[in-house]
Ligand binder design. Structure first.
Ligand SMILES: Nc1ncnc2c1ncn2[C@@H]1O[C@H](COP(=O)(O)OP(=O)(O)OP(=O)(O)O)[C@@H](O)[C@H]1O
Ligand SMILES: [Mg+2]
Length: 193
């Protein structure tokens, strides 16, 4: 009988984070809407933080990352794609943004080899796709964004281990986004007289 590899059994899980506060759930109806939501959220992120993007292949993680990165000042003529093979793309914005894709990473030792800790220490926003591949490299203060769903409709859950005042700031922006999205839903569902 085949046994699971021991390092897989010992791998820490993102769910082992304690003090994780649930922030909000919302539904995005299109890729541009996901980008817009991420862009609106970007202004409320602390200058130094990690945004961990969780979701299956094609869930919309890069789309969400793109929204943050554009909002931080990267213009439309610069393409923003998953750094699947290079592992990290660095954007030279006023507050630096690093976009990681850990899809091909199997543990935090591989991240040490590419100097991930140096990226964390120099400050800025670190966006991480596939954080579950090296959960022990995710710091205690992180915004978790879980994207799931089929078709054009994607449900996005937000959790955080960030302390105050970031917690209240992010919650407030998410509340505004949820109200805006609900307004759109109300208009769509309104039956004309
Ligand atoms: N509501 C939506 N939000 C985000 N993407 C959407 C939505 N509806 C459709 N899409 C499409 O889903 C795809 C999402 O691709 P994206 O590269 O962002 O996924 P990903 O999660 O980064 O995948 P991977 O794990 O391969 O990196 C795009 O083709 C996008 O146009
Ligand atoms: Mg991606």
């Amino acid at each position: 009988m085949t046994q699971p590899e021991s390092n897989q059994m010992e791998k820490p899980q993102l769910s082992s984070f304690t003090n994780t506060a649930f922030l909000a759930t919302l539904v995005s109806r299109s890729a541009p809407e996901t980008e817009k939501i991420a862009g609106e959220l970007a202004a409320s992120l602390p200058a130094n933080c990690v945004v961990a993007l969780i979701g299956d292949l094609g869930a919309g993680k890069t789309c969400f990352a793109r929204g943050i990165i554009r909002a931080k000042g990267v213009p439309g003529h610069i393409p923003i794609t998953s750094p699947t093979f290079v592992i990290v793309n660095a954007y030279d914005t006023e507050n630096p943004v690093f976009h990681f894709d850990w899809y091909r990473i199997s543990d935090s030792l591989e991240l040490d080899a590419i100097g991930y800790r140096d990226f964390l220490e120099q400050g800025g926003i670190c966006i991480v796709e596939w954080p579950q591949n090296a959960p022990d490299a995710i710091p205690k203060e992180t915004l978790f964004v879980h994207i799931h769903g089929l078709g054009e409709s994607r449900t996005i859950d937000f959790y955080t281990t960030l302390p105050e005042p970031a917690l209240t700031e992010i919650r407030s922006v998410l509340t505004q986004i949820v109200s805006r999205l609900l307004d759109v839903t109300d208009i769509n569902q309104h039956t004309p007289p």
